[in-house]
Design a protein. Structure first.
Lengths: 223, 244
């Protein structure tokens, strides 16, 4: 198996595409890591579903205020410019097209942009949170994910087998091996790790990778 | 006019069996713990209310608040977006045993259904959920080339919410992200009962700062220094208290 990017490195790569002044929602868990890697000189404004815009990083242990949390129920902080609002306003920001980008995790992404990230099937207790709203609101919906599942199966697929979060909503995928756009119902390869051949990458991908212009080398520092 | 009520017990005394109750809060932030525990105490003393439908973003955490209501067997159905938490076992066990019903609603749709209920809008269209299992059986329509799902308003018999400051007319302010669903629920319930951490006379809240106008509020009870669900859970608290 070729070396692959760590989760932190995938998050770093995704962060490079966030412009100064962008309004951004990060999914709970792994995507929250993207906030750590804002390029110098750029300031994104982070939105959380439970009614905060422009929150700061986690407080020191012991300094938590549990009325000041993010959607993952983790403590955050206020900083100059923070705003609070109720849930209907929060989701007006989401559905109304006011967020520039949402970065989410995925179980599967299909070549037409369908996303499955909320349910692994009928067993257990279903839980959806704000994922279904986010995928239909942000101007750009990006996914960060390992390129394959823990047992080596492709996560980029022809059609999602798992229950959908949204239809044709994802436009870019940052994986542990590559950066892939979704365009015209196809996966379009934009960047890949240099050590990996196109054929190797294709063999780990569940639908054809198309080429549309140059494929750049996916270069990420140790982070 | 004075909407203040002296005790928590009086504030929750008229919630009957089978009622639908919206409860404010997102996780522990905004959870009206004292009102919920007063309702549990009434149930333990009288056997009522039971068979409740509870509307909240989550389905309880640990053994306090909504989790404690579920644990005591007061809740027949949860309407929520995310029935998971640090310790969701009380809900999970009852759900998997078929002892509690679940209506799972995307979070933004839940908020907007409640807002619509309070605003007199019986249905609306949203892109959320289109083409997914959660939109099955719902009417779909196309507007300007895009597909949308019809969702219905959501109202309730009661809302139990927590606010920071309230005056005797029911005007409210909230504390940081504890606001979340509370202003919407206050609009959507037939009777809205609020626990406030600080009570003031009319004029004690700057009119520019009022978040929930008093017209949406029916009763106010003062709970200074309210317990926080997160702190209770970190101390492994139970309601009612268990003796080791």
């Amino acid at each position: 198996m070729t070396a692959k990017l760590t989760n932190a490195q995938i998050a770093w790569r995704a962060a490079q595409d966030i412009q100064d002044g962008a309004y951004v929602n990060l999914g709970i868990g792994f995507p929250e890591m993207v906030a750590r890697f804002q390029p110098p000189g750029r300031q994104a404004i982070f939105h959380t579903e439970n009614g905060i815009l422009g929150f700061g990083e986690a407080p020191a242990p012991g300094a938590e205020d549990w009325d000041l949390i993010n959607a993952g129920k983790k403590a955050v902080t206020i900083k100059p410019g923070t705003a609070f609002f109720h849930h209907a306003d929060s989701f007006a920001m989401v559905r109304g097209g006011h967020l520039d980008v949402a970065i989410l995790g995925a179980y599967q992404v299909a070549q037409n942009g369908d996303l499955a990230n909320w349910s692994t099937g009928p067993k257990g207790v279903p839980a959806v949170g704000g994922a279904m709203d986010l995928v239909h609101g942000a101007k750009r919906v990006a996914v960060i994910t390992d390129h394959v599942t823990k047992d080596g199966k492709p996560k980029l697929v022809e059609a999602c087998a798992l229950p959908l979060t949204g239809v044709a909503c994802v436009t870019r995928i940052y994986t542990s091996l590559a950066v892939v756009d979704i365009k015209g119902g196809h996966f379009v390869l934009r960047e890949k790790l240099a050590a990996l051949s196109f054929d190797d990458l294709q063999s780990l991908t569940g639908a054809p990778l198309h080429l549309d212009g140059d494929v750049a080398e996916l270069i990420v520092p140790e982070v | 006019m004075d909407k203040r009520i002296a005790t928590l017990a009086e504030a929750v005394a008229d919630i009957p069996d089978g009622a639908s109750v919206m409860i404010g809060g997102f996780g522990g932030s905004g959870a009206p713990i004292e009102l919920i525990h007063a309702l549990i105490d009434r149930y333990l003393a009288t056997g009522s209310p039971r068979n409740l439908t509870i509307i909240n973003n989550n389905a309880g955490n640990g053994h306090v608040g909504i989790a404690a209501m579920i644990e005591q067997g007061m809740v027949a159905k949860m309407v929520c977006s995310f029935p998971r938490s640090a310790d969701p076992r009380v809900f999970t066990d009852k759900y998997l045993a078929g002892e509690i019903a679940l209506e799972l609603v995307p979070q933004g749709t839940l908020a907007e259904r409640i807002r619509a209920g309070g605003a007199g809008i019986p249905a609306f269209y949203t892109p959320t959920g289109f083409g997914t299992d959660l939109a099955k059986g719902k009417p779909v329509a196309e507007f300007d080339g895009r597909s949308y799902v019809q969702e219905r308003w959501l109202k309730a018999d009661f809302a139990l919410i927590k606010a920071e400051t309230g005056d005797s007319l029911g005007n409210l302010t909230y504390r940081m992200a504890a606001r979340n669903f509370a202003p919407l629920m206050a609009m959507a319930a037939a009777r809205t009962v609020v626990q406030v951490s600080r009570a003031v006379e009319p004029g004690g809240i700057d009119p520019e700062a009022v978040v929930t106008p008093g017209i949406f509020v029916d009763a106010i009870v003062t709970v200074p220094d309210p317990a926080h669900e997160e702190d209770l859970n970190r101390a492994n608290a139970h309601h009612p208290k268990v003796t080791a």
